[in-house]
Design a protein around this ligand. Structure first.
Ligand code: ADP
Length: 238
């Protein structure tokens, strides 16, 4: 596998250690742990794509594809989509040319079957995977997930506790009434967290048993940029 060069021009505050990595990065953590935010920051800094299975599935739903119609109800209910479906999506995606230098997996793998499939895919193409577990206090997770609000017009995300709009319940940019996204409803959040506890968290043992490189980063209280710096420093040490 070719090495990935860290783009330093946009990340001047990043610790200046080794500037190259050689891995597929797996961002691991519960819903609300900040995987999406960190993946986006890393993708920009490392110039490699972020692959979010949640985003890919939502895009299929938006486009009304056959797969989208098949998975829509599961997404709305916060239930995991079938392994075969996501495995196929990921396998196809990581064979694209833009993934040749590496990529960041956000929200995958989420089950034992997915982890085994991924290890098979990577063994054929990549040196190894690096798993970064974003550890977040359960109460913080609940506050983040239940406090999320979105503008139905421009899509901007707010949080009643950590990132409130200037006027409660109203988008700063559009003036529109903010909404609770379908999968942020309390019942759905419960399903998402249950799926994580029962099917995804046990993968940490699997990664350990398989001797994968697995690191924990405390992501409870630091702002996203500070968490990002910790994650990047870890990657650069490899
Ligand atoms: P979150 O991690 O906050 O639940 P995601 O955007 O990662 O949000 O996932 C949203 C939904 O998409 C999940 O509840 C599930 O229905 C589906 N999904 C995403 N990734 C996977 C996956 N790897 N396996 C099965 N279902 C998935």
């Amino acid at each position: 596998m070719q090495k990935v060069r860290v783009r330093t021009e946009q990340t001047s505050q990043i610790p200046n250690s080794k500037s190259q990595i050689r891995s597929a990065l797996v961002l691991f953590g519960s819903p609300g742990s900040g995987k999406g935010t960190q993946s986006k920051l890393l993708a920009k800094a490392l110039s490699i794509p972020q692959i979010s299975t949640g985003d890919m599935l939502r895009e299929h739903v938006r486009q009304g594809s056959v797969m989208g119609s098949a998975v829509e109800a599961k997404l709305k209910a916060g239930i995991l989509v079938k392994d075969e479906v996501v495995n196929r999506l990921v396998e196809k995606r990581i064979s694209q040319p833009d993934c040749a230098r590496g990529f960041i997996l956000d929200g995958y793998p989420r089950t034992r079957a997915q982890a085994e499939a991924l290890c098979g895919m990577l063994a054929a193409n990549y040196t190894s995977e690096l798993v970064i577990h974003l550890v977040v206090d359960y109460n913080v997770i609940i506050a983040r997930l239940t406090g999320r609000r979105q503008c139905p017009v421009c899509g901007t995300l707010y949080n009643v506790a950590s990132k409130p709009p200037k006027v409660p319940g109203v988008c700063d940019l559009e003036g529109a009434q903010l909404i609770v996204r379908e999968d942020d409803r309390e019942e759905v959040i419960r399903h998402r967290l249950e799926a994580y506890e029962q099917q995804t968290r046990p993968l940490l043992d699997y990664f350990r048993e398989e001797g994968k490189r697995l690191y924990e980063v405390d992501a409870s209280y630091d702002p996203p940029e500070a968490v990002f710096r910790k994650v990047l420093a870890l990657i650069q040490k490899q």
